[in-house]
Design a protein around this ligand. Structure first.
Ligand SMILES: Cc1cc2nc3c(=O)[nH]c(=O)nc-3n(C[C@H](O)[C@H](O)[C@H](O)COP(=O)(O)OP(=O)(O)OC[C@H]3O[C@@H](n4cnc5c(N)ncnc54)[C@H](O)[C@@H]3O)c2cc1C
Length: 443
């Protein structure tokens, strides 16, 4: 055994799979009691619920390549994301979240707005734009403008408020007024590939599939890293592991903590500068579906003003595994900074109010609250270049993997894990010259 992978989210799982495919045994150390990280699907009284990630996008080339190779692609289910845009007057307008151009039907837009948007999006789709999760390519198109600045200049204010913001706010979980325009430029260049897909048993299956056959120790948090003459020691409460190389595949805050005093302070400073978005996901459950005839599954807000949640999602069509027979579950996602001091009761009340507005009043029979300190990241202008430099400044025995290296998303995590593993192998880690006991920590 030569390489330790810290974290069993998609990034760590992809790193471990890549190492294994090159004949190197990876030992995956995961702090929590199950794998998946922010894609984890957790057991419920009635089936299972996706605690974090909701879908895969058709433009996730690396993820689909892997799913094809592993024979799982055909198992995915397409989700027609029938949605409604809730405007400032409380009116609902039907759109498809997986067909962004349907937002151009909104009555708030003029024909001139629509023509200008079609031309601008067409121009982006015609040229080969950046890949949406390639740090280097995103860095190259990040010209310092925020998404709001770029979109208002390119499409005008109304298209920004009624198309770009209601689409990209929920998709990125970040405020378009602060994040870089680069990711949206990349996605609009692939506007024809926005179909959405869900594994049959939940998003957690992606990490589980990737980790098939890999040695994973759950409930094994890594507390510290240390250099040794031959490699590194990874310290856990159960004892140390001597390894040849390490892939840190945790969220950005945990990575920063583990690397403190181990790598150059510029790396820590760059990780400190990444802005995490803390979020709540509130799952409300109903034994009987209160809205059996609802034509749409998702409600997003549009128009000028504050938007208090990313989206309200009825799960029965997207994730039937999360719904009691004849019943319904609804997921409400919102930025936790909007409710910093709320206790669970207040958080649930906030979610219920959002559901009442979106679908109509109903009293839930059960609920679960998933609170995340680092749900997503808000890549401000300059983020991608900073991450490119940070990734390249890492010592050869320690590589970083994680969504924050480009832009939050399963594809980003998977790509980062594959790359970290390749870089570590290229640096000579994983060769036969150094052999450790793979079975347990050193006593
Ligand atoms: C509410 C929500 C909705 C989302 N929706 C989507 C979506 O629809 N589509 C999409 O593509 N993406 C979505 N995302 C983003 C996506 O889930 C993440 O970008 C991706 O899963 C991040 O993977 P990761 O492996 O980089 O990090 P993580 O999933 O955070 O994995 C890190 C792992 O490291 C472990 N860890 C941390 N510290 C230690 C330690 N000291 N020792 C050992 N282990 C440790 C953690 O327990 C965790 O398992 C969503 C995220 C959230 C929160």
């Amino acid at each position: 055994m030569t390489v330790a992978v810290i974290g069993a989210g998609v990034a760590g799982a992809a790193a471990a799979r890549t190492l294994r495919s090159r004949g190197v045994d990876a030992l995956v150390l995961e702090a929590s009691e199950a794998v998946g990280g922010r894609t984890r699907t957790v057991g419920l009284e009635y089936g299972a619920a996706d605690s974090g990630a909701i879908f895969l996008m058709g433009s996730y080339d690396a993820t689909f390549r892997y799913l094809r190779e592993a024979g799982h692609e055909h198992e995915l289910r397409r989700w027609e994301a029938r949605a409604a845009v809730l405007d400032g007057d409380g009116d609902r307008h039907p759109v498809r979240f997986d067909r962004p151009w349907t937002f151009l039907r909104l009555p708030q837009l003029t024909w001139r707005d629509r023509r200008r948007a079609v031309r601008a999006i067409g121009a982006l789709a015609m040229r080969r734009g950046p890949a949406p999760f390639d740090t280097d390519e995103l860095a190259a198109v990040d010209d310092g403008r925020t998404l709001a600045e770029w979109a208002r200049a390119r499409f005008g204010d109304r298209v920004y408020e009624y198309v770009v913001r209601p689409l990209m706010g929920p998709l990125t979980g970040a405020d378009p007024e602060t994040i870089s325009a680069a990711f949206t430029i990349a996605l609009l260049g692939r506007v024809h590939r926005t179909q959405l897909w869900v594994p049959p048993g939940g998003l957690g299956q992606i990490a589980s599939w990737l980790l098939d056959g890999v040695d994973v120790r759950t409930a094994t948090p890594v507390r510290a890293l240390e250099y040794t003459p031959d490699g590194m020691t990874v310290h856990t409460p159960g004892g140390p592991f001597d390894v040849q190389g390490v892939i840190v595949a945790t969220d950005v805050r945990q990575a920063r903590e583990l690397l403190d005093g181990v790598v150059d302070s510029s790396v820590c400073a760059a990780l400190d500068a990444v802005e995490p978005v803390p979020a709540y996901h509130v799952l409300l459950g109903y034994h009987t579906d209160p809205w059996p005839d609802a034509g749409h599954d998702l409600v997003v807000q549009a128009g000028p003003g504050q938007h208090h949640n990313y989206g309200v999602l009825r799960n029965s069509r997207r994730a039937p595994y999360s719904v009691p027979p004849g019943g319904q579950t609804v997921s409400v996602y919102f930025d936790r900074t909007q409710a910093p001091d709320s206790d669970e009761e207040q958080v649930v009340a906030r979610a219920r109010a959002a559901v009442d507005r979106a679908f109509g009043f109903a009293v839930p029979d059960f609920h679960r609250v998933f609170g995340m300190d680092v749900a997503l990241i808000a890549p401000t202008p300059g983020h991608y270049e900073a991450m490119r430099a940070t990734r390249d400044a890492m010592p050869s025995r320690i590589r970083l993997a994680g969504d924050y290296l480009s832009h939050s998303g399963i594809e980003a995590a998977l790509l980062s894990g594959e790359r970290a593993a390749r870089d570590l192998l290229a640096a000579g880690c994983g060769t036969a010259q150094h052999r450790d006991d793979p079975r347990g920590p050193r006593s």
